[in-house]
Ligand binder design. Structure first.
Ligand code: ADP
Ligand code: MG
Length: 240
């Protein structure tokens, strides 16, 4: 589904991604772990074309999306993104937020977009909040709405960037449960996370990033129980 090949990214003189190679299969859930500043968000942003790469190639379902001639909006329409801070539009009710992309990007008629949106809200257990405004929802509910919004256009790939890190601990579970359901439903997901327990339980593969380099990647069992590299062991030890 996604193939990241030899990707380099610099900010000025500062190399942030230094030759990233990563392939993600359809229906696979990949967790990116690594210290703050290791390049996780930048890597997700290069896939969503929010950051331009300096070298390498990114291929989405066979299409080279790093080609400068690519239609950026068309690529972004194929990828659902959720960031740490649930950026819901405060002046729009929940259903309006969820249907916005379908209506504006895909020109889906309102009635149809709303039917799809309500079905999604039903699925995430927030159908009764469809006409509430975001500030009337808890952080966990807002983040679930942000996920529903990302799903509304039926994306081929979901990018989740630390989606629980701004939440109170008691709200984390409901968001993680939703991601687990998406996985069960066959979504292809790349997520940056600092929740190791979550990476362990949900990811098919865990990728440890350090200073813009993939140090090690493997099943959660391999990475968390039998890390091969000293850097990985050191990173995990510091978390304990
Ligand atoms: P992570 O998500 O793993 O914490 P980031 O991808 O956010 O890491 O950041 C990696 C490095 O790139 C950091 O040193 C950060 O300061 C730097 N960086 C990120 N975005 C920018 C930017 N727009 N301009 C300059 N430096 C940036
Ligand atoms: Mg980040």
């Amino acid at each position: 589904m996604l193939s990241i090949q030899g990707v380099h990214k610099r900010f000025g003189e500062h190399p942030v991604l230094r030759g990233i190679d990563l392939d993600v299969a359809r229906h696979e859930v990949v967790a990116l772990i690594g210290a703050s500043g290791s390049g996780k968000s930048t890597l997700l942003k290069t896939v969503n074309l929010l950051e331009q790469i300096d070298d390498g190639r990114i291929v989405l379902a066979g299409d080279d999306i790093s080609d400068p001639r690519v239609n950026v909006d068309a690529v972004r329409a194929r990828i659902g993104v959720v960031f740490q801070h649930y950026n819901l539009f405060p002046h729009m009710h929940v259903l309006g937020n969820v249907t916005l992309a379908a209506r504006q990007v895909f020109r889906t008629p309102r009635a149809q977009a709303e039917r799809t949106g309500l079905a999604l809200l039903e699925r995430i257990g927030l159908a009764d909040k469809a006409y509430e405004y975001p500030d009337r929802l808890s952080g966990g509910q807002q983040q679930r709405v942000a996920i529903a919004r990302a799903l509304a256009t039926d994306p081929e790939l979901l990018l989740l960037d630390e989606i629980t890190s701004a939440l109170d601990p008691q709200l984390v579970g409901e968001v993680l449960d939703l991601v687990r359901e998406l996985k069960a439903g066959g979504s292809t997901i790349v997520m940056a996370t600092h929740e190791m327990s979550f990476a362990r339980r949900v990811a098919d593969r865990v990728v440890y990033l350090k200073d813009g380099v993939i140090i090690e990647s493997g099943t959660p069992e391999q990475i968390f129980e039998r890390p091969q590299r000293a850097e990985t062991r050191e990173f995990l030890r510091r978390l304990r």
